[in-house]
Design a binder for this molecule. Sequence first.
Ligand SMILES: Cc1ncc(C[n+]2csc(CCOP(=O)(O)OP(=O)(O)O)c2C)c(N)n1
Ligand code: SF4
Length: 294
Amino acid sequence: MPNAEALASTIKPTWCPGCGNYGMAEALKHALAELGWEKHEFAVVWGIGCHGNGADFFDVQGMHALHGRAIPPATALRLTRPDLHVIVEMGDGDGYGIGVGHLVHAIRRNIGLTVIAHNNQIYGLTTGQASPTTDHLMQTVSTPTGVLEQPVNPIGLALSEGATFVARGFAGDIKHLTGLYIQALTHKGLALVDVFQPCVTWNHLNTFAWMRERVYKLEESPWDTTDRVKAFELSLSTFHDLTCAPEQCRIPIGVYFRDDAVPAYEDGVPAASTPGWKRALVPRDLAGVIESLR
Ligand SMILES: Cc1ncc(C[n+]2csc(CCOP(=O)(O)OP(=O)(O)O)c2C)c(N)n1
Ligand code: SF4
């Protein structure tokens, strides 16, 4: 069973010093180690962005997909390799922008993927343009007079599309995030974990300090994770804006909602119970088919 250190590759991460991606990488390594999964039991598919460079920094099987396109190959992997736990690592620009259609369809399918969103509310790799989750009115290199659109609400979006596991974490609380990952990784069906991941280079608003002043843990007060409507209301009421004081914009982290009773997509695909490579070994008798075409 690999320990957390054994999941790191020999390539030293090139993320900026202090980037929230470090905390997220640590949390994932610790969650996988705590679950005791061997390297051949899971795979990770990364999107494109600073987060996606993680593909080089982990010594695990998987692939680096195109920008916004991590979910389609992960879906194929899930259906052809049911023996693998499949994890998707995506960015907010990546997964809530260019790839948001894939996310919506994966959610309504409830396919067994653990989708981890590195939500730094900015395009990190392409040097600080506004992303779909950048706060309203925030100034960025692409919006010098402020973002005009309202941000995408990932929690509300997932809940409205029938997601069976929705959680939010914070890269500055690795222990809590590790716990969220473990719950998501052991959920049957699609689990979305939206993680606030400060980009220390391009987002000077949603910093670690800004987040620390605002986040609170849902589980520390009574919270019913089976009430989709209440979770949706919470996702709407806790949207923050540039001007709010910490006590006014509280950001809940933790499991907003989960339903373990909904069948996963793959449960309805008989062929998906056997790994593709085993299926390929079954000799096919085509004589009958050829005969029927004569
Ligand atoms: C189809 C396509 N469009 C645009 C790009 C350029 N591009 C690379 S990374 C990126 C933004 C990444 O931002 P985000 O997904 O938020 O990830 P982060 O870098 O913040 O982790 C863009 C636009 C690309 N690689 N492919
Ligand atoms: S640009 Fe931002 S997201 Fe990218 S590595 Fe640097 S701090 Fe992290």
